[in-house]
Design a protein around this ligand. Structure first.
Ligand code: ES4
Ligand code: ZN
Length: 317
């Protein structure tokens, strides 16, 4: 089934095999002796325990070629899973903090993305995320550093440790992004409360909410999201691995669809959470008995919620 993937952290597609290959090439020593030993570390208790490993493994990404290879490997896998369009997050601050220039990151990723329509049959967009556990000033500096590259960036996003870092902290940088003509998204309502989803909508003016599963705790919020048909990029396997839900059979996705929310299915950090986007669809089908028609609705929603040009989007609907 053709689909768009709208919630995908490119750094979260770093498979152990590529991590070890890049470590060897760049002379970086990983705190794991083998790929199996690394995989054994993938048992997370919450978002923070995952983020600790996610940021540590990024040490192997150093050159433009590294970023291009990472993105190309994702695109090859994504196509095998039916992805025709991918809107891809990256975390510039996680790289600039290690001395990797933002131009190296954007240059490498764009090289792979520009080749993707011909090489993999996938169109793409790039979404630059700010780390919400870093300061508002750091986000502003990052935005200014990215200004020369904004022609390659479609939207800004907000990710990393949610609780204690409300969207309102980033009011200013989102205002600048909107002024520059960028779309806006933000992670909200993953581990954080419904109030953070309200702030993302009303203070940041986002076009989509990433995750948003906790919106169900607030009836008025659900009514607002339904009325405005704000897309929610839900990541079922991620929610299980990070213990946002106990098991897939308990996932609120069916309740979200029943409420009339514009839900999409995505893989988040597929190298860490046990599956790419079709794997998420298949797991949902098995655990929640989602029928064929519901799966088609979810796939159609993914194009509807995308930042593709109207004519291209319409052709998929
Ligand atoms: C993330 Cl699952 C998730 N949540 C928040 N920030 C992230 N960065 C990468 N994966
Ligand atoms: Zn995410």
């Amino acid at each position: 089934m053709p689909k768009a993937e709208l919630h995908l952290h490119i750094e979260g597609t770093l498979e152990p095999e590529l991590a070890f290959a890049l470590a060897a090439r760049n002379g970086v020593t990983l705190p794991y002796a083998t790929e199996d030993e690394l995989r054994a570390a993938y048992s997370f208790s919450d978002l923070q325990s995952f983020l600790d490993l996610y940021y540590a493994l990024m040490a192997v990404l150093r050159t433009e070629d590294d970023f291009a290879e990472l993105a190309d490997a994702y695109l090859a896998r994504a196509r095998q899973q039916g992805v025709r369009h991918a809107e891809i997050f990256f975390d510039p601050q996680a790289h600039t903090a290690r001395g990797v220039p933002i131009g190296t990151v954007i240059g490498g990723l764009s090289r792979a993305l520009e080749a993707a329509p011909e090489r993999h049959g996938i169109t793409t967009r790039l979404i630059m995320c700010f780390l919400r556990d870093e300061s508002a000033e750091s986000a502003l500096e990052t935005f200014e550093a990215a200004r020369p590259h904004l022609d390659r960036i479609t939207a800004v996003g907000l990710d990393s440790a949610e609780v204690g870092h409300p969207p309102s902290k980033f009011r200013e940088v989102y205002r600048l992004a909107r002024e520059a003509g960028l779309k806006c998204v933000a992670h909200a309502g993953e581990e954080g409360p419904p109030a953070y989803v309200w702030e993302a909508l009303d203070i940041l003016g986002v076009d989509r909410i990433d995750h948003g599963v906790r919106c169900l705790e607030d009836e008025a919020l659900v009514a607002r999201l339904v009325a405005d048909q704000v897309p929610l990029t839900v990541c079922p396997l991620s929610n299980v691995r990070l213990r946002v839900v106990d098991q897939l059979a308990d996932h609120p996705l069916p309740a979200m669809l029943d409420a009339g929310l514009l839900v999409t299915v995505n893989s988040d950090d597929p190298a860490y959470f046990g599956g790419y986007v079709q794997d998420n669809f298949t797991a949902l089908r098995d655990a929640l008995h989602l029928d064929e028609e519901t799966q088609r609705t979810l796939a159609r929603n993914s194009f509807h919620a995308s930042f593709l040009d109207e004519e291209v989007r319409a052709a998929y609907l």
